[in-house]
Design a protein around this ligand. Structure first.
Ligand code: UT7
Length: 329
């Protein structure tokens, strides 16, 4: 029998600066009432001026290592899921390898898969543990406040900065077995949710930057909403079937935290009660690829997960990409 593969430890980090809806309504034409009714978000965290993506990632990673009872020396691979990297090249994983003091191991970013990045990385990590590496650090991190357009009210109020991390491995230290992971892509809708800046289609240029608007997140909110509900519930059902488990066995679903209405719609499609779905979008907003590992770590530390619990992670993001994972605690 092969060893169980799963989560050895988790950790998360949120910056201390709180940005409330009232703070936003002092800056742009919005209201607390609009934001809360449409999204369920009350506040989000923004990185301090001297914090970068690497700082967020390293803080979460160190906590995940400590929770696993490991040190950076024990890592065989690092994957960082982020669409807001430290610099354009090299990837954040290279900086993180050095910051943590890890050995000269394989380290790479999974970029561009938006909010689905972390769960997608779990899929890779599981098979990599099976085939090659013993212990893999998987980080979901986003520092979006510095890259978004602070005057576009349709997008800026939605996002926050955070990082979450897990160490994936096998053997006796596994706290939650990764029973199954599923992932999918529909690139036909790629232009519905994009941040074009910096690619060859729309290279960085000083002239463009001076005109402003280069950092606009292009988003058809309604279509993203519709797709998110459909894909996240479908992925959750698929991963359960893959794991040979039933909806009735679910103890907790940890969905990507973009919007409380999306989460509620996924919950009702899956036929779950409110207490079976973890929510922290009210406190952090949409932190991209960090939402799922942050919520997983908080749920564990708040005692929301008991030994024996079946937990389902499900995420959706730009691409469109989606991914879900079934975890047996
Ligand atoms: O992780 C993936 C990332 N993206 C998402 O998850 C987004 C998914 N979509 C959504 O969450 C929702 O579509 C939104 C929260 C973005 C928007 O909610 P909606 O119910 O779809 O509203 P809407 O876009 O249809 O806009 C309704 C109105 C518009 O005014 P008019 O045209 O009806 O007069 C907007 O201009 O709300 C207006 N509006 C705002 N008003 C106050 C848009 N943003 C704001 C704002 N404050 N911040």
């Amino acid at each position: 029998m092969t060893d169980r593969i799963g989560v050895l430890g988790s950790g998360s980090y949120t910056p201390s600066r709180v940005m409330t809806n009232a703070d936003w309504s002092a800056l742009i034409d919005t209201t607390d009432e609009w934001i809360v009714t449409r999204t369920g978000i009350h506040e989000r965290r923004f990185a301090a001026d001297d914090e970068t993506t690497l700082d967020l990632a390293a803080n979460a990673a160190e906590k995940a290592l400590a929770d696993a009872g490991l040190t950076a020396d024990d890592l065989d691979e690092i994957i960082v899921a982020s669409d807001t990297p430290e610099v354009y090249t090299p990837d954040t994983a290279a900086y993180l390898q050095h910051r943590l003091g890890a050995r000269e191991i394989t380290a790479y970013d999974l970029g561009g898969s938006g909010c689905a990045g972390f769960v997608l990385a779990l899929d890779i990590a599981k098979t990599r543990v099976q085939a090659v590496s013993k212990r893999i650090l998987v980080v979901g991190v986003e520092l979006i406040s510095r890259l978004m357009n602070w005057t576009d009210r349709a997008t800026c109020v939605l996002f926050g900065d955070a990082a979450g991390a897990v160490v994936i491995g096998s053997g006796a230290g596994v706290k939650a077995e990764l029973l199954a992971v599923t992932a999918g892509t529909d690139g036909s809708a790629a232009d519905i949710l994009t941040l074009e800046t910096g690619g060859t289609r729309r290279p960085f240029s000083l002239a463009e930057a001076k005109k402003g608007g280069q950092h606009d997140i292009v988003m058809n909110g309604r279509e993203v909403y519709r797709q998110a509900v459909h894909r996240m519930s479908e992925a959750a059902e698929k991963v359960l079937a893959q794991a040979g488990r039933l909806k009735e066995e679910i103890a907790l679903v940890i969905p990507h935290q973009a919007n409380l209405r999306i989460i509620d719609a996924v919950r009702s499609k899956l036929g779950l009660r409110e207490e079976q779905v973890y929510v922290n979008v009210d406190r952090y907003g949409n932190t991209g690829s960090a939402t799922v590992p942050l919520a997983l770590d908080e749920a564990r530390r708040e005692g929301r997960i008991d030994p024996g619990d079946l937990v389902v992670l499900t995420a959706f993001g730009a691409g469109f990409h989606w991914a879900a994972a079934a975890l047996q605690f």
